[in-house]
Design a protein around this ligand. Sequence first.
Ligand code: ADP
Ligand code: MG
Length: 606
Amino acid sequence: MTQTIGIDLGTTNSVAAYMKDGRPEIIPNLEGEALTPSVVAFARDQRRWVGRVAKAQAVANPLRTVFSIKRQMGRVAPEAGAGEQIVSSIKRHMGSDHVLTIDGRAYTPVDISAMILEKLKADAQAYLGRKVERAVVTVPAYFNDGQRRATRDAAALAGLEVVRLVNEPTAAALAYGLDIEQAHTILVWDLGGGTFDVSVLELGDGVFEVKAVNGNTRLGGDDYDERMAALLAERFAQQWQVDLTASPESRRMLRDLAERAKIRLSTEAQAPVTLPRAFGRGARCEVTVTREAFEAATADLTEQLEAPARAALADAGIDPVELDRVVLVGGMTRVPAVRRLVRRITGLEPYGHIDPDQVVALGAAVQAGVLDGGLRHVTLVDVTPLSLGIETLGGLFGRVIDRNTPIPTSRSRLFTNARDNQTVVDVHVLQGERELAADNMTLGTFSLSDITPQPRGEAKIEVAFDIDANGIIHVLATDLQTDASRRILVEPAGAPRREEIEAALAESRARMDSDRRRREEIEAGIRAENLLRAADDMLGKASGTESVETFAGAADVAAAAVREALAGGNGENIGVAAKELENCLKALQAALRKAAAFLATQGQAA
Ligand code: ADP
Ligand code: MG
């Protein structure tokens, strides 16, 4: 039996988690992140993006990018367009359901949700190095039968059996261990991207019962983003005479800037916002928003949170003083004004120390662990099922122990430093048969520090693998010059079962070519997106000399081209555009360095 994972299929973001050594842990996606934006984009050449890349290309492809599909799950109804249109038409047609037609193909909300779940599943398999076929999936406590059925259907389409649907607030309580702690009356305050849910839970016989739910399915972070966007649009118009509300592209970009500024204001008193040059007609336009101004502009939204919370308490027949715990869920509960309100209403310091946007998925994993019976299969293998090794220079897989080696066994290999004077090596332990490290399964990572600094290729680092009779893998890395060493242990629970290995091998053989192409495409997308981020960062700082301005302008145009290419979906075009952006960034970097050096000499002269 394969391990059951936990999935929070969110309106804005989705998250997967699993039980590891009795504790819930996040399963990062292929991009290395905990949160996968619940966004699906249809590029113009049939290519589909899900997650971060889909969100990033939305500026260039707003009408073929689908956000917030969860809102429509399980509703029955006619038709609509795509992208922004869908979202706005849904607002008008609440209670009716939608089919979106893209390139003549009709997609239901279940289809779109399945695409998100497919990515979560695929990424979880890649991360865990084994098949994932079963999941505990969370749903809002108020989801009706139809909506719950639709969620199951979406999972089935994605090849996942839903072993249980769990209410989101219950999952959050489980993540905090409130069942074990015997906290009896709990208020869960969930403010996400598009919805606000308050639930009152009562623990009885080790099971949480939902006593009351209330909230607002039309209120969430998006509304705050909208207010921030309006603020920004006004300031850019006033200070820089740019109208950012004119096109769908500039509106989407404005929303991205707004969200980032909002997030920044959760920890800082003010947020500077710089416009991509393409939108500022080549000029570097910046405005600043203070937390105070943002709070003033959203005070009425925050106020709207109070009535549903009080109503939920009243419906449950509970006075705030009777609450044992208050739990915060949803990224928006990081907003200081929201926390202040929770404190004021409940009189309690809310629990928010588990990442509020991950807590539901972690709780789903806890439930999955319970359903798996806590019975972990300790596989007693007599041979190594797959080759073991570490990642070496250029992302290659360096085999240390070959597949089918009888165990117990131990073997070591010498590796060296990739860079001059390197003092830390990161050891990435992998298993698999593919030539690229990235194509194999990660068993663990650790770093060996305090290596004697030496020219590239001179250090002697011995990596020893030791597999005992129980299949437990010990990996020991030693700097032979100093004898400094670090070791890690890989538990047998991490080892795949026999049939899974066979299946994985067969599948990897059968899918070798398409797998590789797909991975290359995905990697090109991720690389492009990373470049876009680097560009954003750099452009935010780029001002000063004329040459900096020129190169920044060019980089900005190149960044727009990358977004455009992502929207087009063609791998080759993405590669070309990304390369161009990379070159522009290098040129910009050089110009920035020159400008800095120039300033320094000016400083000395003065
Ligand atoms: P959902 O449950 O709707 O999928 P999440 O719980 O992931 O959503 O919350 C997403 C919302 O949280 C978005 O509006 C996002 O901008 C917001 N958010 C995330 N982090 C922060 C932060 N640090 N400060 C303010 N808002 C945040
Ligand atoms: Mg959520």
